[in-house]
Ligand binder design. Structure first.
Ligand code: UD1
Ligand code: CA
Length: 490
């Protein structure tokens, strides 16, 4: 482990000039037939992020975006858009493989794209469907490739089940590689080989390009296999070496939904381990769904069956109770999210309480020590410090001051059927239960709204608004009515 770190440090210190020797190609044109999905395989997600975006992020730790080429083909526009939607991917180059005739054919398109230019001296080739590759391993491969003066370096592994992968046939003395044989072409004795091809390679570019035109599709899949380049190089007296990955999980492919869910679990487990190492308590981590980018402070507790997704950050000493789903939200310290809440693009400041069963929709800003209680829905709302909306309320398009009490069942009527309007509530306001506030409307600081009011006009500071019909009480009316009914029935 220490040696690996030292390696990374060394690689990171590489000069830009040395980096320029390496380009990265990511093969992402395939259809993913085995998924039986309408979406392209490389856009399926593990750990809350598309397979291809995992691979690109790993690649970006080794080279700048301008040195990365992504081969796209199947639904290429959708794949390209997903990559370009991320600002740090700007500068990545795309090469179209209009017909997907195999991984060798994919690299032939790259060669064509480089025609007339000087390609980087070495090409690291990654597979868009091998998402857990670590930056450390990329760095290690690069160092190994240079140290061995290799023409092709293959990242290999020894998984518990090698079925489906290409196998590494070593030379007699075991030191170098003789060939890669695809699953479908394995002979009876080769079936027992446990060392698999990860689909990740480093090539000396000139050697790779010189053999691509020799590939043929004379195999049961009728594809041009990039893996055949290994045998062609050996026949030409070039050097093909293999480096075994330290961690099998990182080279596992995602060809089926089941394989993806296996990777998803592995990735999420490592996220929970990272968080627990940083002081977060996660009860039954195997039941929690936590995305990779999530940050959580120490002494925060996550109860079983919570989901924390996207770019969410939670402070320290919070408690997230079971069955809450928090997405792209920011929570301060000492926040309590009770059971069954949904938070989406919301912020919750220090010491606030939310739920149970609250729905904080985008633009909800819950202030310090504020309370949002049972069955309360908020949207584009600023709820001030120590303000409370504890029961059965809808607050949409509203600015609520500090120390406000919103009674049970209060509704901001923000929509007139065409436009949305704002409700403004000052500091220290008391809104009685079951009131409706028809926006645009404002209630001044310290104002009171009587329960059951339908407020359509602004209420000045410190005023009382009663907007309902006055109570009428008829003494004895009920008794008389009952007597009448009894007589009619007898
Ligand atoms: C490939 C390797 C196999 C290795 C395995 C590791 C070949 C022939 N075999 O098999 O030895 O054990 O990966 O995961 O390379 N792609 C294209 N264009 C194409 C075909 C594929 O860009 O025409 C892309 C796919 O999108 C995918 C990657 O290349 O990201 C690998 O293709 P896939 O068909 O999944 O290869 P495997 O059968 O898994
Ligand atoms: Ca694959």
């Amino acid at each position: 482990m220490e040696r690996t770190r030292e390696n990374i440090r060394r690689i990171c210190l590489d000069t830009q000039a040395e980096k320029a020797q390496f380009g990265i190609v990511i093969m992402a044109a395939g259809k993913g037939t085995r998924l039986k999905s309408a979406r392209p395989k490389v856009l399926h997600q593990v750990g809350g992020k598309a397979l291809l975006l995992h691979v690109i992020d790993a690649a970006l730790t080794a080279v700048p975006a301008s040195a990365i080429t992504v081969v796209i083909g199947h639904q290429s526009e959708m794949v390209r858009a997903a990559v370009e939607a991320i600002p740090h991917n700007a500068g990545i180059r795309f090469v179209e493989q209009t017909e997907q005739r195999g991984t060798g054919h994919a690299l032939q398109q790259v060669k064509t794209a480089f025609a007339g230019t000087t390609p980087p001296e070495h090409l690291l080739v990654l597979s868009g469907d091998v998402p857990l590759i670590r930056p450390e391993t990329i760095a290690q491969m690069r160092a190994f490739h240079l140290e061995k003066h290799a023409d092709m370096t293959i990242l290999t592994a020894f998984p518990t089940d090698a079925t489906g992968y290409g196998r590494i046939v070593r030379k007699q003395d075991g030191s170098e590689v003789f060939a890669i044989v695809e699953q479908k072409s394995l002979s009876a004795e080769q079936l027992s080989i446990q060392e698999i091809n990860s689909g990740i390679y480093v090539f000396r570019t000139a050697a790779l390009f010189s053999h691509l035109d020799e590939l043929n599709a004379n195999n049961s899949a009728g594809e041009f296999y990039l893996t055949d380049v290994a045998g062609l190089m050996v026949a030409a007296g070039e050097r093909v070496v293999a480096l075994a990955a330290e961690n099998v999980d990182e080279v596992l492919g995602a060809n089926t939904i089941a394989e993806m869910m296996h990777l998803d679990a592995a990735l999420r487990l490592s996220t929970t381990k990272r968080l627990m190492a940083a002081g977060v308590t996660i009860f039954r981590p195997d039941t929690c769904v936590i995305d990779e980018a999530v940050e959580i402070g120490p002494d925060t507790v996550l109860e079983p069956f919570t989901q924390v997704l996207g770019e969410t950050s939670i402070g320290s000493n919070c408690r997230i109770r079971s069955f809450s789903v928090i997405q792209n939200s920011t929570l301060g310290d000492n926040v309590l999210v009770r059971n069954g809440c949904i938070l989406d693009s919301a912020t919750v400041e220090n010491g606030a309480f939310v739920g149970p069963y609250a729905h904080l929709r985008p633009g909800s800003e819950i202030g310090e020590e504020a309370h949002v209680g049972n069955f309360v829905e908020t949207k584009k709302v600023k709820l001030g410090k120590k303000s409370k909306a504890n029961h059965l309320t809808y607050l949409g398009d509203a600015e609520v001051g500090n120390g406000v009490n919103i009674g049970a069942g209060v509704i901001t009527c923000n929509y007139d059927g065409v436009n949305k309007h704002l409700t403004r509530i000052g500091d220290g306001v008391f809104v009685g239960s079951d009131s409706t506030l028809v926006a645009p409307v404002a209630i001044g600081d310290g104002g009171y709204v009587a329960a059951g009011s339908c407020v359509t006009e602004d209420v000045p500071a410190d005023a009382l608004a009663v907007a309902r019909s006055r109570q009428m009480t008829k003494e004895g009316w009920a008794a008389t009515k009952r007597e009448k009914l009894r007589r009619a029935n007898s």
